[in-house]
Design a protein around this ligand. Structure first.
Ligand code: CP
Length: 323
């Protein structure tokens, strides 16, 4: 594995999931793999889980993680080629990224979309420029359109829940991704990425449900069943993944914050006693009800804790592939 920015960087999803679960059972088996190596984690945007889990994962492998909050503490970076830098940007990524490439062995970056211009966001210019100019492996800590470490975690968590299921392994689980209300427009990253990974994994019946006008890009959803009828979607579901996203077509808007889309225990009765997932952070009683989050079906804490093992499996594979 050279970089980790989407599911396309993974040869074998099941093998990576197994590796992550092996690290969960024995966190320090490869504690010398990253000795004398450094990972630079650049945050252009806020984070809690991604930042901490990546640091812990790196330390479990013997690496030194260095966090740099570029968005609040660094020089404002320019990403456009041939830019005339007479505005607010102070340093071009072309100059900064090679320096990071000398300081670190792996570079990890979080860079959110603007939600103003779809073509710009979906071009993934920022992460591509880091890959182009850093000269070392690049890991996405969530980019403009995707959140691959979250999605790998989600598959790990689903796999783990299936292995631990008292009713035995469900051979082809039904996974439902449902839109949820929010107070402000959020990126499509988590929903895009979850769709991309579940489709590539190919081990589930996958249904996406959302209000009209909230279609995601077919680039990621192709292969899923898509319906605007949430109750129909939830029927017999084994896993319900709850997430808000803003509009893709009329880009970056919210039209519908209808509370009826919020998952409740009543709606959960339609499912096969489904496990409920959310990447966190979550707006309680807007996106997801207290009764679900505090109830027995929620696996959101387990999901967030698995972020460590996903990151550890990815960093280990990059370390092994790149010497
Ligand atoms: N799920 C997730 O990426 O959480 P953070 O934004 O806190 O890193």
């Amino acid at each position: 594995m050279k970089n980790f920015v989407s599911v396309h960087d993974v040869n074998n999803i099941d093998a990576l999931v197994q590796k992550a679960l092996a690290y969960k059972a024995n966190p320090f088996t490869d504690k010398s793999l990253g000795t004398n190596k450094r990972i630079g984690c650049l945050f252009l945007n806020p984070s809690m889980r991604t930042r901490l889990s990546t640091q812990i994962a790196a330390q479990n492998l013997g690496m030194e993680p260095i966090i740099f909050n570029v968005g609040s503490e660094g020089w404002m970076l320019e990403f456009e080629e041939e830019a005339i830098m007479s505005g607010t940007t102070v340093e071009h990524v072309k100059d900064a990224a090679p320096v990071f490439g000398k300081y670190f062995d792996i570079l990890a970056i979080r860079t959110f979309p603007s939600l103003k211009n779809r073509d710009d966001d979906y071009s993934e210019l920022y992460i591509k420029q880091f890959i182009k100019y850093a000269g070392i492996p690049v890991v996405s800590l969530e980019s403009a359109t995707l959140h691959p470490l979250q999605s790998l975690t989600d598959i790990i968590t689903i796999r783990e829940a299936l292995l631990n299921s008292p009713s035995g392994i469900v051979s082809k689980p039904k996974i439902v991704l449902t839109w949820a209300p929010h107070v402000k427009p959020l990126p499509q990253c988590v929903a895009n990425s979850f769709s991309q990974w579940v489709n590539a994994w190919g081990k589930a019946e996958f249904v996406i449900t959302h209000p009209e006008d909230y279609e995601l890009s077919e680039e990621f959803t192709k292969g899923a069943i898509i319906t605007h009828n949430q109750n129909e979607a939830l029927k017999d579901a084994d896993f319900v993944y709850v997430k808000n996203w803003s509009t893709y077509n009329d880009y970056g808007k919210i039209y519908e914050s209808d509370p009826k889309w919020m998952l409740t225990n009543k709606k959960l009765e339609l499912t096969n006693n489904a496990k409920v997932m959310h990447c966190l952070p979550v707006r309680r009683n807007v996106e997801l009800s207290d009764e679900i989050l505090d109830g027995p079906n929620s696996i959101v804490t387990q999901e967030a804790s698995n972020r460590v093992w996903a990151a550890q499996a990815v960093l280990a594979e990059i370390l092994r592939s790149n010497g």
